[in-house]
Ligand binder design. Structure first.
Ligand SMILES: [Zn+2]
Ligand SMILES: [Zn+2]
Length: 414
């Protein structure tokens, strides 16, 4: 049975995250989005795990629910490890952890608290290597699942340009065997990742990394599970089986797709930045090398390569962005929010509206929004790529220019 999962989010206890990220609000918003299994995020934070313990009850093995809750919660967290193994500068890696129970989460917390103060931030900073972290987590909870978060982002992605790691073995050393999958992040999508054969043995999953309620499920993974237990989900990720589809951002919309300098307002494709030798034409300092460039550096396959029997993927644009763009009104305005809730009522969830509903039904419900969703599904929209922390800009009504050089628009799988 299809189960839509978003396994990497944050709580109100993480830096730069919305106060509204409470368990009750997450439950409601995740259900509107069409999510069946949501990560709690931040189980490493003492206050959040205490909220979890007082409000969630185990429904199935490792799946927790609020009283009269609508979605299943799974214990999840993201941590940032910082180490300087060769003395050549700090290496920072974000790793996501899934735990099979509240008790295991607490064992993990006590094992990793020796590396840093878990109460400062819902995404704690730990002064240790990603390798030591992963070994400590598995020692404390052998059934835990570990995967690098947003694997390609420049500063904190395990394979990002600034991490200096070129493979899972580089990043996680002896603990690489404990890594089951990886997260594409907003700035990359499956065709980009398929170009890197050393990732073939890892499950590719997508999550929102939401810092506020509206961002939940902006990326997600559709699992085909027999039951609804942690073990089912874990063995799917570990065994690369039962992953039916990922829901992806247009990777250009991600904020690290291209190379560039935010302050200098410089955005460059990998080819352009290579022509400048990786230096900013305005300030002459090193450019922030984005995800497209980094994937290209580590790729051993041509753009357009698609493995047989890989899970499907769809590119989606969040419904609130679509409504805002069609109406020309801000995303938080009353008109946009009321159109959003009408469409959710009509189609049951945002995922249903974006992915499952027929174009005819969408157009009957709202002509312009229906046409916009059809254009997104047909990959006809244009996106100005994001760079150095600046999100890309979606233009739903401008036709895309095929980007054959990177192969992103040559494959269209629905
Ligand atoms: Zn992160
Ligand atoms: Zn610059």
């Amino acid at each position: 049975m299809d189960q839509i999962a978003d396994l990497h989010i944050h709580s109100r206890y993480a830096a730069a995250c919305s106060d509204k990220l409470t368990l009750e609000n997450i439950d409601r918003a995740a259900s509107e989005k069409g999510i069946n299994i949501i990560g709690t995020g931040d189980f490493t934070h003492p206050k959040w795990i205490s909220d979890i313990k007082s409000l969630l009850k185990e429904a199935e093995h490792g799946m927790y629910r609020l009283n009269e809750g609508r979605v299943n919660f799974i214990l999840s967290s993201e941590v940032c490890t910082i180490s300087n193994p060769d003395g050549k500068g700090a290496k920072k890696v974000h790793t996501c952890i899934l735990a099979p129970s509240i008790e295991d989460s607490e064992s993990i917390n006590s094992a990793i608290s020796r590396y840093g103060n878990l109460s400062i931030d819902g995404r704690p900073v730990l002064m240790t290597s990603a390798e030591e972290l992963a070994n400590a987590v598995i020692d404390a909870s052998p059934e835990a699942i570990l995967f690098p978060a947003h694997i390609w982002t420049p500063w904190f992605g395990a394979l990002g340009a600034m991490s200096g790691f070129n493979s899972m073995e580089d990043a996680y050393g002896s603990a690489a065997k404990h890594i089951s999958g990886y997260e594409t992040g907003l700035s990359s999508d499956p065709p980009m990742n398929w170009r890197v054969s050393k990732l073939d043995n890892y499950s590719m999953i997508s999550n929102s990394d939401a810092h506020s309620l509206p961002k939940l499920a902006r990326e997600a993974t559709v699992f085909d599970l027999n039951g609804q237990t942690y073990q089912e989900l874990a063995s799917s990720i570990k065994g690369k089986k039962g992953i039916r589809m990922t829901v992806e951002f247009y990777p250009e919309e991600g904020k690290y797709h291209y190379d560039g300098h935010r302050n200098c307002k410089i955005s460059l494709s990998p080819e352009q930045s290579k022509r400048y030798n990786g230096l900013c034409p305005v300030c002459r300092r090193k450019l922030t090398i984005g995800v497209m460039h980094r994937v290209d550096d580590l790729a051993d396959r041509s753009p357009g390569y698609a493995p047989k029997d890989s899970p499907k993927y769809v590119h989606a644009v969040p419904l609130i962005e679509i409504i805002s763009s069609v109406t020309g009104k801000g995303q938080a305005t009353a008109q946009v929010l009321s159109t959003y809730s009408n469409l959710i009522k009509k189609f049951g969830s945002e995922m249903n509206a974006l992915i499952n509903a027929s174009t005819d039904d969408l157009i009957t419900a709202d002509k312009e929004i229906g046409k916009a969703i059809a254009r997104i599904r047909e990959e006809k929209i244009s996106v100005t790529p994001g760079y150095d922390g600046v999100f890309g800009i979606v233009d739903l009504f401008k036709d895309a220019v095929p980007q054959k050089e990177n192969g992103q628009r040559t494959i269209n799988e629905f």
